[in-house]
Design a protein around this ligand. Structure first.
Ligand SMILES: Nc1ncnc2c1ncn2[C@@H]1O[C@H](COP(=O)(O)OP(=O)(O)OP(=O)(O)O)[C@@H](O)[C@H]1O
Ligand SMILES: [Mg+2]
Length: 469
């Protein structure tokens, strides 16, 4: 950061004389003014989001002021654009205001006039930026109270977070889907000295290799087809802060090599550039599958694994820490009551017992979803057992699992004795139906491999216990 941040003002006018007199009029210690003769150049100059104001002439060859305005609004909607126009085009100036121009000035104008409009536009931009920043901070603000856990297993996790947060060590966060890996990442960042800098997240599973590469490292204009302007990557955005590489196991081998280099040397190049950039970024990475298997198969580089796995935080699945369920239920009850403004205030002990016995293949996220559903559909003050039974995939309730509360609920009159094999069959069939026959999702939800699902279905089919699936 410089001692005094200068506001960058970009001027575009194809009339050189006009440009020069504006540059002169705006020579002030708090401004960095750059002039261009073509709209395309100005667009390029504002594309990285560093400008605070754009002053543009209306009539220009190639791209005119109006087109420029529209491009800019797409790129950086907060950037105030002031149109400069001659008398004859007042109509167009009005049109420009409709398209989001901040203001317009008519040529020829006096120095005071342009001073005033620049002052107002910069003030406007400053407020918008501050506002955005505050909103962002608020949204990102992480309250530890939002991270619930009473079980011994979660106490260990909280303690690990407390210990690793102050350093810049890479942390590898492991756990099934929905166990709270992102919360761990946010918590580490929020308790670290980097907390006033950004926490930037990249989901490595959601993007194709090429897109992910330029997302991480940025690219130069012209680096590839479609790269019509420079773009800074997540590593640069996270400078001074933390970069969370979500689902890092899904990254392809080529990119893994590039990532390894940044981890080792703290430097990289934008795609299409030979300029080496240095960054100070702390890395957090997550994976919901066992990376060790990926390494065996050659899908994941072992050297990268060692680099990432300096310290690991393991989140146990919810079914292995059922003691957390009641506290989580109350937490979501409070959260969704605020969000949805529903009238539901409480949950009955029996209802809580049912929740405590379910296996939660989708972990805390699944519990959150069910609680939200119960709040939205809930009638009356208290959620009861019947409502919970309705909201949940019944097949998966485990009557034998240890309930968090001491009382084991009475078995209703509807209870039927069945063999475990029957229960398993029904459970699998219901889950399959629930996912519209999608085997991969069914297997994942049930916590078994696709192969073992296929084997079971085949066995039952051959035994004539189930129909075509
Ligand atoms: N201990 C917890 N306390 C409160 N809320 C939690 C807790 N764990 C998870 N959640 C909530 O459950 C949801 C899923 O958590 P999160 O996104 O952190 O899981 P994840 O492990 O990153 O899942 P995935 O692997 O699918 O990305 C979020 O809405 C999160 O706020
Ligand atoms: Mg996640």
């Amino acid at each position: 950061m410089e001692a005094m941040a200068k506001d960058k003002v970009v001027i575009v006018d194809d009339d050189e004389f006009m440009r020069d007199s504006l540059l002169e009029a705006l020579t002030r210690p708090d401004l960095q003014v750059i002039g261009f003769g073509r709209a395309a150049e100005a667009l390029d100059a504002v594309s990285d989001g560093s400008a605070s104001l754009l002053l543009t002439d209306m009539r220009m060859a190639e791209m005119d002021g109006m087109q420029l305005l529209q491009e800019v609004k797409r790129l950086d909607p907060r950037l105030p654009v002031v149109m400069m126009t001659a008398f004859a085009t007042v109509e167009t100036a009005v049109q420009a205001m409709k398209h989001g121009a901040f203001d317009y000035v008519m040529k020829p104008f006096k120095a005071e006039e342009i001073d005033l409009v620049v002052h107002r536009a910069l003030e406007h931009h400053r407020l918008l930026t501050e506002n955005e920043f505050l909103k962002d901070e608020l949204a990102k603000k992480f309250r530890n109270a939002d991270f619930v856990g009473k079980s011994p297993a979660m106490k260990v996790v909280f303690e690990q977070i407390r210990q690793v947060a102050p350093s810049s060590a890479t942390v590898f966060i492991r756990g099934e889907s929905g166990t709270g890996k992102e919360l761990v990442a946010r918590s580490i960042h929020a308790q670290s000295p980097r907390r006033s800098h950004p926490l930037v997240k990249v989901n490595c599973a959601a993007l194709s290799a090429g897109v992910l590469e330029s997302e991480l490292f940025g690219h130069e204009k012209g680096a590839f087809t479609g790269a019509d302007r420079r773009r800074i990557g997540r590593f640069e955005m996270a400078d001074g802060g933390t970069l969370f590489l979500d689902e890092v196991s899904e990254m392809d081998l080529h990119l893994q090599g590039k990532l390894l280099r940044v981890l080792q040397e703290k430097e990289f190049e934008r795609v299409g550039s030979s300029e080496t950039l240095a960054v100070d970024v702390r890395i957090l990475a997550s994976s919901n599958r066992e990376l060790e298997k990926g390494i065996e198969k050659g899908d994941f580089r072992q050297d990268l694994y060692f680099r990432l796995n300096v310290i690991s935080v393991d989140l146990p699945p919810l079914r292995e820490r059922r003691a957390d369920i009641p506290a989580l239920v109350r937490h979501f009850l409070d959260r969704f009551r605020l969000e949805e403004g529903g009238g539901v205030k409480d949950i009955s002990d029996e209802a809580l017992d049912i929740l405590g016995r379910y296996d939660w293949p989708g972990n805390v996220r699944e519990l959150a979803n069910i609680m939200e559903r119960l709040m939205v559909l809930g009638r009356g003050d208290v959620i009861d057992a019947a409502q919970v039974e309705n909201a949940m995939p019944k097949s998966a309730i485990r009557p034998d699992a240890a309930a968090p509360a001491s009382a084991v609920p009475a078995l209703g009159t509807a209870f039927q004795v069945r063999t475990l094999d029957q229960v398993e069959r029904e459970c699998i069939q219901n889950t399959l139906r629930h996912f519209g026959g999608a085997r991969a999702r069914t297997a994942e939800a049930l916590g078994i491999s696709e192969r073992s699902l296929r084997d079971r279905l085949k066995r039952w089919q051959e035994a004539g216990l189930i129909g075509e699936v």
